[in-house]
Design a protein around this ligand. Structure first.
Ligand code: DAT
Ligand code: MG
Length: 149
């Protein structure tokens, strides 16, 4: 089983979309194994978005992501990294198909409501950045026989 990191961004929290977004992942069949609300420090935001340090949008991105609380989660499931990215849709909501989270709830690329790791390596890095090992809860879900053959 694979794990990924997702984060409802400050716009998603302010707009009351936390339940809707996490609910989509739950209904898909992914299992929540860690969950918390926090407000990112500038240091954590700069680390999280380190790959974008030299982009023109970096400063605005850091200011936005630290502007209010976020809800961070770790999801577990088969091929969950790819599956979550598909459910999120492309970075720019204008290009995101209806039915995806960004397509359904976003308009502007700078307000695209959700973050999700883009690969297994970034998933491992981001999970470790946001959660201590003891915050990751391994649990048996009796429902799994109805989700996985
Ligand atoms: P994603 O969040 O789909 O992984 P990314 O890693 O390329 O996309 O960029 C991180 C975030 O930065 C993205 O969610 C929104 C913001 N961003 C990306 N490209 C941008 C742009 N051209 N203008 C403004 N913000 C941008
Ligand atoms: Mg990214």
């Amino acid at each position: 089983m694979e794990r990924t990191f997702v984060m409802v961004k400050p716009d998603g929290v302010q707009r009351g979309l936390v339940g809707e977004i996490l609910g989509r992942f739950e209904r898909k069949g992914y299992k929540v194994v860690a969950l918390k609300m926090l407000r990112l420090s500038r240091a954590l935001a700069e680390k999280h978005y380190g790959e974008h340090r030299d982009k023109p949008f970096f400063e605005g991105l850091v200011r936005f992501i630290t502007s209010g609380p976020v809800v961070a989660a770790v999801l577990e499931g088969r091929d969950v990294v790819t599956g979550v990215r598909q459910m999120m849709g492309p970075t720019d909501p204008a290009k995101a198909p209806a039915g995806t989270i960004r397509g359904d709830f976003g308009i502007d690329v700078g307000r695209n409501v959700i973050h999700g790791s883009d690969g297994p390596d970034s998933a491992a890095r981001e999970i470790a950045l946001f959660f201590a090992p003891e915050e990751l809860v391994g649990w048996e879900r009796t429902l799994d026989i109805w989700i996985y053959e």
